[in-house]
Design a binder for this molecule. Structure first.
Ligand SMILES: Cc1cc2nc3c(=O)[nH]c(=O)nc-3n(C[C@H](O)[C@H](O)[C@H](O)COP(=O)(O)OP(=O)(O)OC[C@H]3O[C@@H](n4cnc5c(N)ncnc54)[C@H](O)[C@@H]3O)c2cc1C
Length: 398
């Protein structure tokens, strides 16, 4: 881009402000710095010239055209929870913040689709469709903060991806502002909103995971599923070493059992959870295997029992037990706090005695919104240790 301002020449900031309401432009150095990097602290971040907090697709088009005219790079940004530096500024760029375009535009229960703006937060979309008895499955651990636009750009996956798939499996169509081929700033509609769509090239599939390199996503049509009824069952198994826990995973897969979630926590992870949440987990196990069976009724009960039996039979499981989870995260915490401490010490000695439930990373993080300064300081500390996204400063969030 042109860095020096010649007399009579339009600067990038002037060009941007010509087509934007005054409150969209970010030039305050502190605020700009706060939105110039994601959660990848190791990745270098350059110095942005300005930020734009777009609220409409037309504003996105204006930014793309102005930057194309003056040769400036654009870095789209959702919530900045990425772990690869994808939302980090490059020198002289404009940070295009999509987090204010956060509306759920349409929910169509008859066709199991919804249409959202790119800045809609994953968990907010889940909550909105849940009111209609629907479910948006992709569940990155960052779901309380990360945006659908960011999820699309990174093809985010989560705990339930083994059974229910990743973001790509739920994006039916999208709108994006692209950099050509006809003219910079064109808005294009790609994909469909029907279940079947086999004609032509899969341009939506190309866009998903492209990390902002093909264009700026301004609207997403998502496939939904009917919400699962009933109480999920969690199966917990403790293992004396990682190898035996891996063997249990292989056995579960080989038997055709497909839990909605199958998560392995090694010793370091268990200690980190205990240090963080003080759930009273002091199992001597080297690994815990957590499986969650989401579907209700007898078939769900049978699958949970089969998973527990597989863990116990899997050679060296120290314990496998099925728990019904009632009442969401609070119940998990109360249950964990009131349960006996696990004391499994040798293979087979304490079969079925393990009673600790560990919340998933998402469960643990989902209540972290809107806390006070102490919480924010704690979040910064954890973010430095790579566990949670750092909060954007208050003055930057306005
Ligand atoms: C605690 C924590 C847990 C995480 N857990 C998971 C996990 O389980 N699974 C997983 O896959 N990831 C996970 N991540 C990584 C991150 O949350 C995901 O990559 C997420 O999809 C990023 O969303 P975002 O809104 O924060 O996007 P950002 O970080 O802001 O951006 C990510 C990329 O998308 C591009 N982008 C953003 N919005 C748009 C848009 N509208 N149009 C075009 N490009 C855009 C950016 O330029 C950048 O390249 C985790 C991160 C943290 C901090």
């Amino acid at each position: 881009m042109k860095s020096a301002h010649e007399p009579g020449e339009v600067t990038l900031i002037e060009a941007l402000s010509r087509g934007l309401p005054g409150d969209r432009l970010v030039v305050d150095p502190d605020v700009l710095a706060a939105i110039s990097h994601d959660e990848a602290e190791w990745a270098p971040a350059g110095k942005a010239v300005a930020g734009v907090r777009a609220r409409t697709e037309a504003e996105v088009q204006h930014v793309v055209r102005a930057c194309a005219e003056l040769g400036a790079a654009i870095v789209p940004r959702g919530a900045g929870t990425g772990l690869s530096g994808g939302a980090n500024a490059v020198g002289g760029c404009v940070i295009l913040d999509l987090s204010r375009m956060n509306q759920v535009l349409e929910i169509d229960p008859d066709n199991l689709v919804c249409v959202v703006q790119p800045g809609a937060v994953n968990n907010d979309v889940k909550a909105a469709v849940a009111e209609h008895g629907l479910w948006y499955p992709p569940d990155p651990a960052s779901a309380p903060w990360s945006t659908i636009g960011g999820n699309v750009a990174t093809n985010a996956g989560g705990l339930c991806c083994l059974k229910y798939g990743v973001t790509r499996d739920y994006v039916l169509g999208l709108r994006a502002v692209v950099g050509g081929p006809v003219a910079y700033g064109d808005a294009v509609r790609l994909g469909r909103r029907t279940t079947k769509g086999v004609a032509g090239l899969d341009l939506v599939g190309l866009f998903v995971g492209s990390e902002g390199t093909l264009g700026v996503v301004t609207e997403v049509t998502l496939r939904l599923r009917p919400a699962l009824a009933g109480t999920p069952r969690t199966v917990v198994g403790a293992f004396p070493d990682l190898v035996s826990s891996g063997q249990a995973v292989a056995q579960i897969t080989r038997r055709g059992l497909t839990p909605a979630v199958l998560e392995l926590l090694d010793r370091a992870c268990l200690e980190a959870v205990e240090e963080w949440k003080h759930l009273g987990i002091d199992a001597d196990a080297a690994a815990l295997l957590l499986a969650r069976v989401g579907h209700p009724g007898d078939s769900g009960a049978a699958e949970a029992s089969a998973i527990a039996a597989t863990m116990n039979r899997g050679g060296r499981a120290m314990g496998g037990a099925v728990h019904r989870r009632r009442g969401g995260r609070g119940a998990v915490r109360r249950q964990a706090a009131g349960l006996p401490r696990a004391r499994a010490t040798r293979p087979g000695a304490h079969r079925g005695r393990l009673r600790a439930q560990v919340p998933s990373a998402r469960d643990a993080g989902a209540d972290q919104h809107d806390r006070g300064p102490a919480w924010r300081a704690d979040r910064h500390r954890r973010a430095r240790r790579g566990r949670e996204p750092a909060p954007v400063p208050d003055h930057a969030a306005g």
